[in-house]
Design a binder for this molecule. Structure first.
Ligand SMILES: [Zn+2]
Length: 233
């Protein structure tokens, strides 16, 4: 029993300190050159209970993080809609069927909190405490082009806020939207972001699209077409 408690404490400590996708390495980051400031447009599909203030707070937090790389994310509200399905995979599937329109570099779905979610949270609370934390249930980005994803944008219960918050979820998924995977230390991710910014000068890039390199290393220089198979991170 005692071992198990230590194990949970270890998980708690780890998760609390590692709210992004790896530990920052300040010296390495500051020694790197990220070029001029660049902006990318993030088109939003939100559920009806997400407010403009919440969107503004989310982007303030994300842009605070993006300053390290001379990057800025600009939110563009595309649509307010009811959730296309209960599970995260339903949302990802829906996003993959949507074409990125010409004003969008990325597509982000902001999931709210319904009575169905609250019931589900209560039912899974025991499981949650028993086995630790499933990090990715708070959001996901598809791994084919790293251009579309969703986050859970509303939390109310304190148990959720103890582990994560909408801001830290957006920062986490935001790194995936720039092509980063998961790592213990952030060096690889810094290099990925630098390389993505270097693609801005690639002559074969669509000048109306902010490029990305997928987690598996594929360069995406033009706005991606429809996707078919789910593969998330
Ligand atoms: Zn992730």
């Amino acid at each position: 029993m005692i071992t198990r408690i230590y194990y949970i404490c270890f998980l708690l400590t780890f998760v609390l300190q590692c709210t992004t996708i790896g530990f920052h390495e300040k010296k390495i980051r500051e020694g790197m050159e990220f070029g001029d400031e660049s902006r990318f447009r993030v088109c939003l599909i939100t559920e009806p209970d997400i407010t403009k203030e919440e969107i503004s707070d989310l982007f303030t937090a994300w842009n605070h993080e993006l300053k390290y790389y001379n990057l800025k994310a600009e939110p563009i509200l595309l649509e307010v809609m009811e959730r296309p399905g209960f599970w995260g995979t339903d949302i990802l599937g829906y996003l993959m069927d949507r074409q990125l329109t010409k004003d969008c570099d990325r597509l982000l779905y902001l999931k709210g909190r319904t009575w169905g979610d609250i019931t589900f949270e209560v039912l899974t609370l025991g499981l949650f405490v028993g086995v630790g934390v499933k990090l990715e249930v708070q959001g996901a980005v598809e791994g084919y082009t790293n251009t579309r994803g969703y986050i859970k944008a509303k939390y109310i219960s304190t148990i959720q806020m103890l582990f994560t918050s909408p801001n830290s979820t957006l920062i986490h998924e935001g790194y995936h939207l720039l092509g980063c995977g998961h790592q213990l230390f952030m060096k690889d991710c810094y290099e990925r972001i630098r390389d993505v910014k270097l693609l801005l000068t690639d002559p074969s890039r669509d000048p109306q699209f902010f490029p990305v390199i997928t987690t598996s290393g594929k360069k995406i220089l033009t706005r991606p077409e429809y996707l078919t198979y789910p593969n998330s991170e």
